[in-house]
Design a protein around this ligand. Structure first.
Ligand code: ADP
Ligand code: MG
Length: 219
């Protein structure tokens, strides 16, 4: 990845605060140049311990996810890495799904969101935070976009038997949002898939995360 913007550019040309992070979250800024607007996700204001561990890790992690998904419409384009604590990616004008009245959501929105998530899965990556409607954006043309790949997982590193399970978590996130915003357009097959996934999720939460389970030591 190339190094492009510098902190000096941000200071000189001015960046607008988009979201102030809490102690463990990045601050987000908007940086505009003629014809383009970028988001800067910056962990440098976090407490030193968080910044040096979690912050560094998440910058590499989210940049890796965005590069893997490069070229998919509805996924922000990674522009560059500022330094170990911050990176810059494309701003997508629109509004987050959270708080958007159902009447403002296009009838085919959730079909397109499902297709977008499937497209992401074809690149062998899962998002894992799609139940959070702040991570789903409705673009100005009414199309879906995905944000925030902090909790994404590269399936190349996951044993095959768990991959489908993780994909289902994403799909159940889409269906949960679909059911809450446009239940009338959700068919029975998708409703039953959501119900089945919710049952599995309940078990998974009781038993713990499947990737974290280890075989009992031999006696
Ligand atoms: N590329 C983007 N285009 C438009 N809005 C964005 C973009 N990235 C972030 N945002 C806005 O900032 C909010 C927080 O971004 P997110 O990546 O989810 O950070 P956090 O880790 O703080 O949850 C989003 O809910 C959205 O409102
Ligand atoms: Mg988020």
């Amino acid at each position: 990845m190339k190094k492009c913007l510098t902190r000096e550019d941000l200071r000189r040309d001015g960046a607008m605060a988009l979201k102030r992070g809490r102690w463990g979250n990045a601050d987000l800024y908007l940086f505009s140049q003629p014809g383009e607007t970028w988001v800067i996700k910056d962990f440098s204001p976090c407490p030193p311990l968080i910044r040096e561990s979690w912050g560094r890790l998440l910058v590499r992690h989210e940049c890796g996810a965005l590069s893997r998904l490069s070229g998919i419409g509805g996924i922000p384009e990674l522009i560059c890495v500022l330094d170990a604590y911050a990176f810059c990616y494309g701003y997508i004008p629109g509004r987050i799904l959270r708080g958007t009245p159902s009447s403002m959501v296009e009838p085919d929105f959730f079909y397109r969101l499902e297709a977008l998530v499937n497209c992401m899965h074809q690149r062998n990556l899962v998002h894992l935070d799609l139940r959070n409607s702040r991570n789903v954006l409705i673009t100005e043309s009414g199309a879906p976009a995905l944000l925030d790949f902090q909790s994404s997982v590269n399936l190349d590193h996951v044993p095959k038997p768990f991959r489908q399970f993780l994909k289902e978590i994403d799909i159940s996130g889409v269906y949960k949002l679909w059911k809450s915003k446009k239940p009338e357009s959700m068919d029975m097959q998708r409703k039953s898939r959501l119900a089945a996934m919710n049952r599995k999720r309940g078990l998974w939460m009781l038993r713990g995360y499947p990737l974290g389970t280890r075989k009992a030591p031999r006696k």
